[in-house]
Write a protein of this length. Structure first.
Length: 164
């Protein structure tokens, strides 16, 4: 009985590690780096050259009495529309984490008067993460990826252990 419990625990840990490994590669970007989310932010070109992926997050750090973070659509971003629909996202805490949960453009502004007009706005392109292809010599023969095969074996062992 103790053997089955140890086996079950080992398999459960292996499955959890295999399933959670892709999440470990997500990155949290501190918007504006050391300067944080601030006036004239857009003049720095902070997002230039960065690759934002689905699963990453943006950390907006700012004095909560002075600024906000509002996720807006393309037109509201271009016009600095302070009355934009806040249902896309509205943060006021000063230490706000925003998940990048889908590919495409994401637009953010500060909706304090004149802040957006003075460059406190951010647009990011969010891409889908693509796993690197294995080297030709390591290509699996069955068409499954090595990681997928490990998960499949772990699941099969787990199911067999439960059946015991």
């Amino acid at each position: 009985m103790a053997y089955r419990q140890v086996l079950l625990l080992a398999v459960a840990v292996a499955v959890a590690v295999a399933c959670l490994a892709p999440l470990a590669s997500a990155k949290q970007w501190v918007v504006g780096d050391e300067g944080g989310w601030r006036a004239k932010f857009n003049e720095t070109g902070w997002a230039n050259g960065k690759t934002f992926l689905v699963g990453d997050s943006l950390l907006f750090v700012y004095p909560k009495e002075s600024h906000t973070v509002v996720k807006v659509g393309k037109d509201a971003f271009a016009a600095c529309d302070l009355g934009a629909n806040l249902q896309l996202g509205n943060w006021t805490g000063g230490n706000d984490v925003v998940q990048l949960d889908k590919p495409g453009k994401a637009w953010f502004i500060c909706n304090k008067p004149n802040h957006c007009l003075n460059g406190m706005k951010l647009a990011v392109d969010v891409a889908v993460a693509v796993a690197p292809a294995p080297p030709p010599s390591a290509a699996p023969l069955t068409g499954y990826t090595v990681g997928g095969a490990v998960v499949a074996v772990a699941c099969a062992v787990f199911a067999a252990a439960l059946a015991l």
